[in-house]
Structure formats: structure tokens, C-alpha cells
Design a protein. Sequence first.
Lengths: 361, 529
Amino acid sequence: MVKVALIYDKRYLDYEHEATHPERRERLAYTMEFLMEEGMLDSEHVDLVKPKSATEDDLLRVHKSDYIRLLKDLDKIGGFIDYDTPFPEGLLKIILLAAGGAITAGELVMKRLYKRAFALIRPPGHHAKSYIGAGFCYVNNMAIMVEYLREKYNVRRVAILDWDAHFGDGTYEIYSQDPNVIYISIHQDPTTLYPGCGFIHEIGEGDARGTKICIPVPPGTGDKEYLLIFERIVRPIVKWFKPELIAVSAGVDCHFSDPITHLGVTAQGYGKLMQKTVDLAKDTCEGRVVVILEGGYSVEAGLPYTILAIIAALAELDISYIREPESVIKRYGWKRKDNMSEVIKIVEEVRSLLSKYIDAF
Amino acid sequence: MKLLRETKVYGFNSTCTGVYVGYMGIDVVKVDLKNGNLISVEKYPYLKYDEKSAILNVIKGQTEGRISIVLPELTYFLRKKNTRVLLILMPGPCLRPPLGLAEKCIVLSGYIDPRGEILEDVDLTHLKDMVSEGDIDGIAIVSKFSIRRPKLERDVMKYVSQLGMKNIVMSFRLPYFNYIRRSATTIVSAKIRPFLLEFLKGMRKDELRRLFLMRGNGGAVPADIVLEMPAMLLGAEVSSLTMGIRGVMENVTGTMINIGRHSINIVSMKEGKVNYVPFHFHGIPTFAYMPEHRKVPISMNCKVAVSGDTVKVLQEEETPAVFGGNMLTVLDAVVYYLDLNIGDRRRMKNVINAYAKSRGMNPKDLAEEVLEYVVRLVRKELISMGKKGPLIAGGALSGHLVRVLAKDLGLQYVIPKHHEYINAIGAAISSLSLEVGVYVNTYDSRAIFIPSGRILKLDKTDIGIDDVFNMAEGELKSIARYYGVEEFIKNIRIVYLNKCSLIKENLPQGYMITCIIRAEPDIMVRING
């Protein structure tokens, strides 16, 4: 039996921008009630673990000191990082708790207390660059976790898979020159969605060229295409790279009901993607997977089902019964499109480009 | 079950009668809860009364005040009687549902989402055949999020009632999230409910209204409320023991030994507190909590078998000879050995003499060996628990057992005052324990109360967390008032409290607020003298 550490703290619900802001407290509150009712939190397969709080030193491994100073100032008076990213007074302690949640997840796995850990945290982090936050993100939880593990556990090679519908421009920027971190992002075509970057040709810099992989997919892309991308790109690259840990930036906004994106992945699709990731981790890094929640804004129709599927797949449980309610399919199912031929072209283009830099295919 | 906000009040009567259905008879104690005085103590031995008539006699004899009963061990009933249950599940989108928990299971369509909206209707098409097969004795109905809207469970209930089923339990009576645990608890309830129905048969409405049953968690609950979820009564024998000990001893630390009707129970207490754990059914924890305890699965009613030189106690129950039986039981051996004045001694002597003679033994030696056999089993458990003294006697014959064991293990022992009817005292002095859940959806302008399932149309939408807590507390108190036991609430604990915004079409539409509270079990008073 595989046990998953689910890192969560009620204090993640302690801030709210506006009731209608996509990144609102109900994302987690509603999902936790669903997981409770499903019996996941009492299950022998899941341990609920409280996060520790990240320290300023943890942040400084990734972020500029000037930016940390800005966060501290905003914490006292409130303000904005950008239009989408307001900073309510007193938010810093929750930001540290979210980053600490990511660290806790990574640490539990590296200490071999758990093979898999899921940090169910907010605010998200993958748009936060070393010098500034953006897109609902304040600090880069993923990078903070990776750098912590590098320093404390001597981890050298990490594979980051980013499934958020939006390109994780923050994580990309932080690791663009680092050849020891593979970053693979599957995201909605940046000409149609924030942050407007993450094109195929963005492959990292210097020695790290070829270790940053951007796979933009057209709106409507769903399970079949995602699974194909996994097999044709993700699996060969990760196997070639031989990481010590697979870390997933699990945005669940590729779900077809998400209100601010336009993709077509189902809860079942998320489960299958995670199953494949677990298999890949078994092949490459003794099954170690750390998952960090990024985006996902379909509070009622998407998050509960996708997150249940991800946790179940991490615990290697049967996911065949997981689905969306019929009413959700009726209402949003039209967003799913058959983009297979287009995606095959993208896959071939990515493989052809990367072949110049890495020996994965 | 009616849980109304009624104003009709019985008024606080400080007298409470505790009743324990034991292995030798029924213990009845009357306590004045204002001052802790023991008003009267009575024992109804089984030789003169059968169990049911003894209980009815007690109830009819008490015309005022609360009556609180400790039923015989329901876990024994659960183990021995095969009540076949059909589990009707409406899990919606989920992991693999718990299909193997009951004898039969059917998964129906029908899904209520976390906000209490019916997203998929229930389809009853295949249910008729399943119920009509005639191989089930009870039905457990569980839909996900039924505590947010019990409608689907009620629809199914209505349908299967029309098919003639009587023993039906719905999961929404438990105001807790986790439909897997609700399923296990609901199935257990359906399994033991026939016993409870039989027990309550013949009681008048006004009698029922004063009748409380001891829960495994140490509290008492009105009988007609717990009839909807009888699993809550599991472990009452042990919990009444712990509450009784708390009633006669302050901040006690030690190991309690209680000879129950179907087993010998061993419970550790530290500074007056015991650890409560859920009862597990097929490996799934239920919502029925009971004191953590060890069980030696033999009782005073267990049959004695002698083969050659070996004396054994079988896990098979018989009416003891002292109460009119023909076989030798542990109780007969104990009564003989300790020369106790219980029941029909002549009959008992005839039986033990016949056993001893046929095996060429002296009856005294035979009785001693039976006792030694019992002591050996209990000693083994005590050693595995770490031999934590002092040993504390709870129950009529446990004083004798505790003395022998303490000497044997080099431990101190305590025979508390009133230990012969400690369970009945525990029942008499226990406070009310009841959970209430309220779910408010301001968009739909409705509030749902659990366990009644009552739906209240709200006339205002500016409702906050405090208002919902007040609604829950009001509901709890009005239930208590209806049963005349408002003063029996000691502490109210918030089990769960949450508020979520409801957003539709990117516009805030209101809130969903959930508050689950529990009247915590406690003792009402310490016993004087």
C-alpha cells in the first residue's frame, strides 16, 4: 500500500481578495469538504500533514532581497503586485505557509517517510519570478522547495512537470540557465492565454538549452492529446534525464469546466496523467513524486474531482469510477475538441527542436 | 421521529433512574441529580423476572424523571445474529464504492454535490427486484452529501417502505462528512435495529419520551432518536462502567475490570479519563465511539466443559443453573465457590455435583478450576496491557475477580463503593449526548437540520456563521426541551464550522455555512456517600 502525505492547513483559507476573484478560498474549502465526504482524509492511504512555515532564508534562495523587502512592506499596509495579484494586509504569513507546505512535501519524500506527497496549498507560485510575483503568485513555491532540497538533501537533478493551463513563466525564468533542472510545461497556446509566453522555441539558455521544454496546445485539447504528449515527450526526456525526484506543478485549470482557460482535460484524464507520472517515477527515481497545487479555478465542477483523481493516482488506487457529474459534462463538455492532428504536429516539432540539444529521443 | 421546536416542556425533574441489563438480572438505581444522593437501589434477578418484563416493570414504575438504560452488549448481537442488510448507495463520482460492506449492495444513480444541489436524479428501476428477493432483513441507504440534502435518501426510503420493508436506516441522521464511514455506521445500525425495535415494543409514547439509552461515547440519548441510528449504542456497557466509576471516584487512574453480560471488559483510565475509539466494521471505522478496551470473550453465562482432567470454558452461552438452566456455567461455578446467595442454589448444586461426579471430581475443585481458567485469560490480557494498577472492580462479581488478580499480579486493587451496580449509576448520571448539524444555503434560502432532516425556508439572506451556530444550538436545546432534559446538556462543542461563498456566473450569490455541534458526554453529578 502506498501512502500519500497530503499537506494542508486551514490557514490557507484565511485570506480572500474578492469573493469573485478566481483564486478564492473556496478552491480549497470546497475541495476539502469533497475529500472529507469521499472518505479520503480518514483513509489508510492518506495522511493529513500540517505544513511548516518557510523562512526568509528559504525565500532568499530563489528570490531577490529587494523583492522580499517589497513583500514585507506590502504585508504591513496591503497593496498590489499587479492588477490580478492583490496583496491583502497580513498575507505574508500565508505565503510563507504555502511555500512551507511545498517544502514539507519535498522533505517528507526525501526523508523517505512517504513516496508521494501532495501540497494542497494556496496561493500558487509558478508565475512568481525571482524578482517579482504575478498572476495570483507571490513566491515560487516549487523553486523554493527544489532549492531547499538541493541545499539540505543534496538533491542534484530534479524534473519539474508543469500541467497548469498557463505557462509557468516564473519557474522557467528561475531555472532557464540551470541544466540540472528539467522543466517541461504543457500549457494552452500562449497566443490565447496569460502569460503570453511559453512558445516552443523557449528552451532555456546557455548550458541549459534543451532542458526547458514548452509544449503549447490549442484550446480544447483534452485527455488523449495530453497522454500522447506524455508518452512522446515527457517520458523519454525524464528517462534520459534520470532525475532524483519528479516534482509536479499541478494546475488543474486544464479541466474543461475551468472558467478562465479553454482546455478539455477531464478528472479521469488528470488521474491517468498522474498514474503515468507515478510509473515514470518508479522507472527513474524510486517512485518519488512531489505534487504542488498551482491553478485551477472551477471551484465546484472541476477542483474536487480532479484533485481526488490526482490523490487517488498517487496512492495507486483504482480511478476508474472517477468522473464529473453529468450536469457538468452537459454544461461544459462542448469545450473539448479533437486536436489530435494539430498536437501531433506540435509534438514532432518539439522533438525535432530538442533533438539538437539532448539525446532523449 | 419528530424533532420539533416545541414549547411543551416536561420540566426538569432531578430524579434519574439508571437501569443496567446485566447477566444476573437488572440493576436499577435512582439518583437525585441535584445533590448526588442515591435514592434507591433495586435488583431484579432473572429467576423472578424475564428481561423484558423486568425493564417494563421499571419503566412503568417510574412515572416521572428520566430513565436511562444500558442495553446488553450490542456488539454481541451484531456478532451472533445475522441480520442481512442491503446497502443502497448513491455515491456519484467517486473512488470505488464500498460494495463489500453489506450482504447485498446496489449502486444507484443520483448525486448531490457539496453545495447540496441534486446534480443527478435517482433511478429506482432495478431496486424493486433486489428488495423483492426476500433475502434481506434490513436496508441501509446512503447518498453522498445527504447531510446537505437528504432528499435522495428519503426518496429511496419511501420507495422501499412501499415495498414492505420496515427496518430501514438512512445515513443523513449522522451529521458527519465521510460517506464511507456513514455507510459502515448505517449498515451496523440496520443490523442491530431489530433488537432495539423488539426491546421498545410495547412501550407507550409517553414512556418512550422519558426513555434514554446509554451511548458508547458515555452520554445518554433519547430512545426514539437513537432508533434512527442504533450503532451509537455500541459499547454502552463499557461507557456506563467508566461514567459510573467517575461518579463514585475522583480523578481515578487504574485498570477497570467489569464482568459484562457477554464478555469481561478491561478499560484503562487515567485521571478520570478514558480514550474513546471508533468501532470498526469490516475494517472501516464507524461513527460509533466507545472507550478503548480489551475484551475477554467469555462471560458468566458461558458453558463449562470438562474433558478428562481438563476444565474449559466455551464461548457458548447457556442459562446458568442458578437461573433455571440445566448446564454448568461460569456463574454457577462462581456462586458455588464463593457461596453466594444468588438464584436457585439447590438447582445449581445439583448440576455442579452431577458434573463433578461424572468426571470423578470434587465439586469445589471443579468450581476452583473454572475460576482459575477465567483468571488466567484475564491475567494474560492485563499482562499484555502492561499490568497497570491499581485494578478497579466494576460490577457485581468483579470484586472477587479483582482481588484474586491483584494478588496474583502483585498489584493494588480498589473496590469502589456501589461497585455492584456501577453501570446503572453510570447510566443515571450521564449527561445528554447528541449531535446536531445545520447547513444553510443563502442562495436557496434554506436551512437543513440534521438528524431530523427538517428543512426551514429562510426569510433573510444576511446570515453569518454566528447565526448558524445559534440555529444549531437552538435546535439542540429544543430537542432536549422536547424530551424534558435541557438541563442535561453540560458542554456544547463545535465539531465543524465552515463558510463558503457561492458564486454563479461570476457573481456572488450568497453563502453556504455548515455548523456541526455536539452536546458532549459528561457526568452530571458525583454520588454522595
